[in-house]
Design a protein around this ligand. Structure first.
Ligand code: PMP
Length: 354
């Protein structure tokens, strides 16, 4: 039986994408060849790459606005350093809202001055800082839209005349935003887009070419753009599977349609966390993420019973991250509301039993 998979990433993807992707491993486009054995320069694969790039732009509403799309390797973690390598000349601002932002800060410091414009580290990142002042003269301002570990999400993005860079690894394609506010967006594929192994980078071309340092080719956005994201062998299977997920999302009605579903799922779990006296939420209410709900048992003595109950109900992946503890229910785009209801049922069953 298929489990209700609440894993934080890698995570659930649409079942039909799994089916189509596995078929392509056996026989891609009725070619008599596997997607894994054809040249990345073959027309069939170049078409996949082009469709993936154009679907990403279309879904984000960024067509014709000077953006380029890349599918790179090295995970979102490589983007922590690539952004700074390509764009940090003197000083950059960072909003520190979680362990991933913190890692981005650490990498950027190798390349120049980093100003932590705001941080919620003082409260183990359970909120999104607000009302901070952004200094003038930044090369860019970096933020993390959704904090996967802590379950917080930025609802109002900062306004600045510096280019805005955003790590959207765990909520890309999940909610409508004015994506043209961002000069660079990056996201590891392994949440809302595809398997681990590729990272989406959407970049406004005119922010490049402003720094003096030499950049090694593999870390140079300009090089990847000039080669159509095919400077070297791309991660063919992750790109193909991401393309299938983006097709799935488009067919469903795009980000507007999935946002409605995501809001319903989030409402369901958060109202249970609020109403059930056995549980408490971790993130500040106004900053709660629609993708990752973090919560814990008020009485830890119930842990063994609760853990046995959710496992029995076919639920997977709800253990919280070690830096927060408790539980984390990740409800990415492909998760159905029925799966969230299954978890909520277990939570209310526990209340009846306790
Ligand atoms: N940023 C965020 C918000 C993440 O959730 C993660 C991974 N879960 C990363 C960055 C790091 O991604 P990767 O493992 O692809 O380097």
């Amino acid at each position: 039986m298929k489990k209700h998979n609440f894993s934080a990433g890698p995570c659930i993807l649409p079942q039909e994408v799994f089916k189509e992707a596995s078929q392509a491993v056996l026989d891609f486009n009725d070619s008599g060849l596997s997607i894994l054995e054809i040249s990345h320069r073959s027309k069939d694969f170049v078409d996949v790459m082009e469709e993936a790039r154009s679907l990403a732009l279309e879904l984000l509403g960024l067509e014709g606005k000077g953006y380029k799309v890349l599918f790179l390797q090295g995970g979102a973690s490589t983007q922590f350093l690539m952004t700074a390598y390509n764009l940090l000349q003197t000083k950059a601002g960072y909003i520190n809202t979680g362990s991933w932002s913190d890692k981005a800060v650490k990498e950027a410091k190798i390349f120049g001055e980093v100003i932590e414009v705001a941080s919620s580290k003082d409260a183990n990142y359970n909120y999104i800082p607000k009302g901070y002042k952004i200094p003038e003269g930044l090369d860019y301002l970096h933020c993390t839209s959704n904090n996967t570990i802590f379950g917080t999400q930025i609802k109002d993005f900062p306004t600045t005349n510096a280019p805005l860079i955003c790590d959207m690894s765990s909520d890309i394609f999940s909610r409508q935003l004015d994506f043209s506010k961002f000069s660079l967006i990056y996201a590891g594929a392994q949440k809302n887009m595809g398997p681990a192994g590729t990272t989406l980078v959407v970049i406004k071309e005119d922010i490049l070419g402003k720094i003096e340092r030499q950049i090694p080719s593999m870390l140079d956005y300009g090089v990847h753009i000039s080669k159509g994201s095919m400077f070297n062998t791309p991660p063919v299977f992750p790109v193909y599977t991401s393309m299938l997920t983006l097709r799935w999302l488009k067919k469903l009605g795009g980000i507007a349609a999935i946002e409605e579903e995501n809001d319903k799922k989030a409402k369901l779990i958060y109202s249970e966390i609020e109403l059930n006296p056995l549980f408490k939420g971790f993130a500040k209410k106004e900053d709660r993420s629609t993708m990752n709900a973090t919560f814990s048992l008020i009485n830890e003595d119930l842990k063994e019973t609760f853990d046995a109950m959710w496992k029995e109900a076919g639920i997977n992946g709800v253990n919280g991250h070690r830096s927060v503890g408790g539980y984390r229910a990740s409800m990415y785009n492909a998760m159905s509301i029925e799966s969230v209801a299954a978890l909520v049922d277990v939570m209310s069953d526990l209340e009846r039993k306790a």
